[in-house]
Design a protein around this ligand. Structure first.
Ligand code: SAH
Ligand code: SF4
Ligand code: F3S
Length: 464
């Protein structure tokens, strides 16, 4: 299905309400605070909400007690994410008592689940506005209705739209996100994302290149991460992901290009070669494996085998020298046995990940896995997670020796004040390097020689 692009002119019309809202809020610029849960998608959506709010004359508040408008952008990937959200929304009741004019909004993935939005409205009468993942572009109108005194719940089914030209207030720093696609079609059996983010749809390549150009040349960012749930299946008017990488790689002033997340089933050799040939594409890939057991991979509906995954790892290492691979792993998926876990552990040792994010399987209502027999008891999941984590750590730390004596370039990001104050930055491979130096280094790209290992990071000295 062709996505429907909602153009800038249409979106700009949605700001008609700006003046009216502002006049009602009085002279002082009203302040907003956005609390974001979940992945980079949500972070980036929050940057868009912030961009619209600033266009409406709001300024950012330092914390919740100083805000006139608080928005929770929620996540529902695992049940602890949900519990935290309900808890933190509950706390706002106290702030509302002190400031009855305070507006409270809740949005994001969790609100898109079957009855979560209604539950939120029912349980917390002081919530003024609830909207889903498809309402970003109409947020100004929704906010206006709230200002008129209405309690607004808006969750639309129109998941096919791609809003273009929304203002974005990017987080500070040197590295920023650009969305290349929305939604997901993969329906991994454990995962809620396809239900709350809708079907996969790709932005036009020229819109993406233009957004990267602006972020780099007009806003001063030097590192860009292209975002999608499965970037390997990007298809913007016939442009494939490897082709898109080559286009973005040409943006003048861009130093580093990253992307996430890659699905192993769609990782082509063509992409490996694009990574090898594009000078700005970093030597890193996040390639979630989820399990090392073919039986479990099949039940997860991942549509690749352990052998295929390890073949991809070989291809990447052969063609992209120095590449580091990171991953996501779930333990305790329904019917998982100790033997399946052993397969996962041996895959971790074989693949040589520099980092792996591990999760205990969390039942998501409405997904296929939630209905499977053989759900694993929580304490077994916990024990398996601990076992996995120690193997991940051992394997990751073992990878660090190869860096000793090597040279590379880091983007210096900040200062670590624990212990002896050190500056830190990342190699293209995402390995963190600590160096001596002052704050004036922040934002600079500097050559370093690695001369030590610090936890799972590296220590080095600046040599240019
Ligand atoms: N689109 C990305 C992942 C997005 S979710 C991809 O396919 O790689 C990020 C990670 O959360 C997943 O890789 C998975 O490891 C984990 N995850 C997703 N659903 C989960 C669930 N129900 N329980 C535990 N972990 C889950
Ligand atoms: Fe979820 Fe799978 Fe889609 Fe990733 S690819 S968002 S894990 S359904
Ligand atoms: Fe991301 Fe959580 Fe939604 S992981 S896509 S914010 S459910």
């Amino acid at each position: 299905m062709e996505p429907k692009y909602v153009e800038k002119a249409v979106i700009e019309a949605s700001y008609e309400s700006i003046g009216r809202i502002r006049s009602r809020l009085g002279e002082a610029a009203p302040r907003y605070y956005i609390e974001t849960y979940g992945c980079q998608m949500n972070e980036h959506d929050s940057e868009t909400l912030a961009g619209m709010l600033e266009k409406m004359g709001f300024t950012r508040a330092e914390d919740k007690p100083n805000a006139d408008l608080i928005i929770f952008n929620t996540c529902c990937i695992r049940d602890n994410a949900e519990r935290r959200t309900f808890g933190n929304v509950g706390f706002i009741k106290e702030l509302k008592k002190e400031n009855p004019a305070l507006i409270l909004g809740v949005c994001g993935c969790m609100m898109q689940q079957s009855d979560a939005a209604k539950r939120m409205m029912a349980r917390f009468p002081f919530v003024d506005l609830v909207f889903g993942t498809n309402e970003l572009a109409v947020f100004p109108q929704l906010l206006e209705r709230v200002m008129e005194g209405e309690r607004v719940l808006e969750i639309r089914d129109t998941e096919g739209e791609i809003p273009e030209g929304l203002p974005i207030k990017r987080n500070e720093g040197f590295s920023t996100f650009v969305n290349i696609m929305y939604g997901c079609n993969n329906f991994c059996s454990y995962c809620i994302v396809p239900y709350v983010r809708g079907r996969e749809r790709s932005r036009r390549a020229e819109d993406i290149v233009e957004e990267v150009r602006r972020a780099v040349q007009e806003e001063g960012f030097t590192e860009v991460t292209l975002l999608g749930q499965n970037v390997n299946s990007y298809n913007g008017n016939g442009v494939s992901f490897p082709e898109l990488l080559r286009m973005v790689n040409k943006v003048e002033g861009l130093k580093r290009l990253r992307f996430m997340t890659s699905h192993p089933k769609d990782l082509s050799h063509e992409l490996v070669m694009a990574m090898a040939e594009c000078d700005k594409v970093c030597e890193h890939i996040h390639l979630p494996v989820q399990s090392g057991s073919n039986r479990i991979l099949k039940l997860m509906n991942r549509r690749y085998t352990r052998e295929h995954y390890l073949e991809l790892v070989r291809d990447l290492r052969e063609n992209v020298p120095g590449i580091e691979i990171t991953t996501d792993i779930i333990v305790g998926f329904p019917t998982e046995t100790d033997e399946d876990l052993e397969d996962t552990l041996s895959l971790v040792r074989e693949a040589g990940f520099s980092a792996a994010y591990s999760f205990a399987y969390s039942v998501r209502q409405g997904t296929v896995a939630a209905r499977m027999e053989g759900q694993i008891p929580e304490e077994v999941k916990k024990a398996r997670l601990a076992r996995l984590n120690s193997v991940i750590m051992e394997s990751a730390v073992g990878q660090n020796d190869k860096y000793l004596g090597t040279e590379g370039e880091i983007l210096i990001e900040g200062r670590d004040t624990r212990g002896e104050p050190m500056m830190f930055g990342k190699l293209p491979s995402l390995k963190m390097v600590y160096v001596k130096g002052g704050e004036e280094l922040i934002g600079q790209y500097r050559r370093v020689r690695i001369n030590g290992i610090r936890f799972n990071s590296l220590a080095g000295e600046i040599i240019d």
